[in-house]
Design a protein around this ligand. Structure first.
Ligand code: DQA
Length: 145
């Protein structure tokens, strides 16, 4: 069973980008963490794109092959009805992750289109948010059988 871990714009710069907000760890560290916490029989497919359409294509691809999506949509969180629509066409569990505590930041980060679909939302736990999200997807997938 495959878990998609999708990352939106600017997250390729994780570790270098505003480290006072996002920390010094990289997307490679996120991949290692997700793989470490994924249960037996679960595979992690971690992807990042700066392009909205690419993220939508990956959500469509995930429809065929996956048991859940962990998504940090970056700034598309606050703008993308198209990503929301793609997730609404996806049946297994979806967990939304933000590294930073978005509700403590600018008002434009307080609204999320993706939260209208997400089964869980995590913000402000740093990379630990991804680990918790992967654990939860594994748990829900086992329950679903
Ligand atoms: C983010 C929060 C967003 O507001 C921001 O645009 C990001 C990263 C986070 O992980 O905290 O790119 O999703």
């Amino acid at each position: 069973k495959t878990i998609y871990v999708l990352n939106g714009p600017n997250l390729n710069l994780l570790g270098k980008r505003q480290p006072e907000i996002y920390g010094h760890e990289t997307l490679q560290d996120v991949a290692a963490l997700c793989e470490a916490v994924a249960g037996d029989g679960f595979e992690i497919r971690l992807l990042q794109s700066n392009h909205e359409g690419q993220i939508i294509d990956w959500i469509h691809e995930a429809r065929e092959t996956s048991c859940g999506i962990v998504i940090n949509p970056g700034a598309f969180t606050h703008t993308s009805i198209a990503i929301l629509d793609a997730l609404n066409a996806y049946d297994p569990p979806v967990i939304e992750v933000h590294i930073s505590q978005v509700h403590k930041r600018e008002a434009f980060r307080h609204h999320s289109y993706v939260s209208l679909r997400a089964d869980g939302v995590i913000a402000g736990l740093g990379l630990e948010g991804y680990a918790a999200a992967v654990r939860r997807i594994c748990q829900l997938a086992r329950q679903a059988g």
